[in-house]
Design a protein around this ligand. Structure first.
Ligand SMILES: [Zn+2]
Length: 440
């Protein structure tokens, strides 16, 4: 190429960049791609730590396997051009400088701990994916305006300990709970090089993080069944749980006639049957479950005088959960009137819904569409670290399909191409966020 031709080519390249602009609809930046083969290889390597005979992992937080896996991930972070540190809560946080002085970081991340006898994708896909995004940027010589932080949160499966320390939701009394590793949360945090005495210093405030993105496997089969590449998470559903007590009258199972019984079990059975009916009476994706039941005194020859059962309702819309409960109370009263039993509802657990940010949902959809990937908006029925970070920053979540929707099992699987597509969406959503979320 002669000098003139070179100049023309250079000008054309600059022109194309300017026309597209960062985060615009231009075609320059979307050409950056993550290395899918590298992601696959790193997921395979990480699966060695805590691997179980069934082909999954038992890499519960604060175990030796967790510590070894974290060491491996630290190495990946360094190679990706991140400068990783362990915060006081045991979160691994790697940082890549941005070009805009004083801008709050955009954070990407997930977790690498598993449930006992878990799989290789719940958590690692988002953790390895976030590191790969940093590495792709480094290799492409792209500096974002905002600093980039990749967070590998500690003990997600045992109660989102690391991300809740960052959001300030972690209560002191939780530190004495014994985790699946056999260690208390307190000892566990120390075991992974955190400092349980200084957790308050791990906390971030609103404004400290410009935005947060998490890539995760769907853990359901909606995307796979629909042949859809990318789930755009509308939010993490809220959860309410009640202890429901049905009071009847315990009496002799042989001498009490059928029409004179206040059988708490019969009333409980009618109630359990009513739950799916009442929950689905209104349109939406709300779910309701009775997962536990116990009859008292619990003998074959005694009419149950009392039944204790659990009721759980989940939805993105908390007031809707309350409305469904009111419908269920009304139903319980009607059922109780049939045989002289009384229902009592005691709420014992609330987890507030964490909606994702509408602007970020749109950027995810834009990024996916530019990559030629189909999307579907959907709620997340499972809890995630993004739920904690939503307390202090706008968040977005990207789902990739889980084969057969299996999760928390060694059979958990997501196809390498599906994962690579998700990591590319993560990368391009980040670039769009970087351009549109004002770096002051
Ligand atoms: Zn997870």
């Amino acid at each position: 190429m002669n000098r003139q031709a070179f100049t023309r080519a250079a000008l054309a390249a600059v022109g194309a960049l300017l026309a597209g602009g960062p985060g615009g609809r231009g075609q320059e930046r979307p050409r950056v791609r993550v290395n899918g083969a590298r992601v696959t290889e790193q997921l395979r390597a990480l699966a060695e730590f805590g691997k179980n005979p069934e082909g999954g992992v038992s890499r519960v937080a604060y175990s030796e396997a967790d510590r070894a896996g974290r060491e491996y991930v630290l190495g990946l972070m360094r190679t990706a051009g991140l400068d990783p540190k362990t915060d006081y809560a045991g979160n691994l946080i790697g940082r890549r400088a941005g070009s805009s002085p004083g801008a709050a970081p955009i954070m990407l991340g997930s977790h690498i701990d598993s449930v006992p006898n878990g799989g290789n994708y719940d958590g690692p896909v988002g953790a390895i994916g976030a590191i790969e995004v940093a590495r792709a940027l480094t290799e492409a010589g792209i500096t974002t305006q905002h600093p980039l932080e990749v967070a590998i949160f500690s003990n997600e499966e045992g109660g989102k300990t690391g991300s809740r320390a960052i959001s300030g939701e972690l209560a002191d009394k939780e530190l004495d709970l014994v985790t699946a590793s056999g260690r208390t949360v307190r000892d566990g945090i120390a075991f992974i090089d955190g400092d349980p005495g200084r957790l308050a210093s791990a906390r971030r405030r609103p404004g400290d993080v410009a935005a947060f993105l998490e890539l995760h496997v769907e853990q359901g089969a909606i995307l796979q069944r629909g042949g859809i590449a990318i789930g755009v998470v509308e939010g993490i559903v809220g959860i309410k749980r009640w202890n429901v007590t049905v009071e009847g009258f315990a009496n002799h199972a042989g001498t009490t006639p059928m029409d004179a019984r206040q059988d708490a079990m019969v009333a409980a059975a009618r109630f359990i049957e009513a739950v799916p009916r009442v929950v689905t009476r209104t349109p939406g994706r709300q779910v309701g479950t009775v997962g536990r039941i116990q009859a008292f005194p619990g003998a074959p020859n005694v009419i149950p005088g009392r039944v204790a059962l659990s009721l759980e309702l989940r939805d993105l819309d908390m007031p809707k959960i309350d409305r469904i409960l009111e419908d269920l109370r009304a139903e319980a009263q009607r059922i109780g009137a049939l045989n002289g039993t009384i229902f009592r509802f005691d709420e014992f657990y609330v987890s507030h819904a964490a909606p994702t940010d509408e602007r970020i949902r749109r950027l995810i959809e834009e990024a996916a569409s530019e990559l030629g990937l189909s999307t579907l908006r959907m709620p997340s029925g499972a809890g995630h670290d993004a739920q904690s970070i939503a307390q202090l920053a706008p968040v977005g979540m990207v789902f990739v399909p889980s084969v057969e929707g299996i999760s928390h099992s060694p059979s958990e699987f997501s196809h390498p191409d599906a994962i690579a597509a998700g990591v590319n969406v993560l990368l391009h959503t980040l670039l769009k966020l970087d351009a549109t979320f004002g770096a002051r």
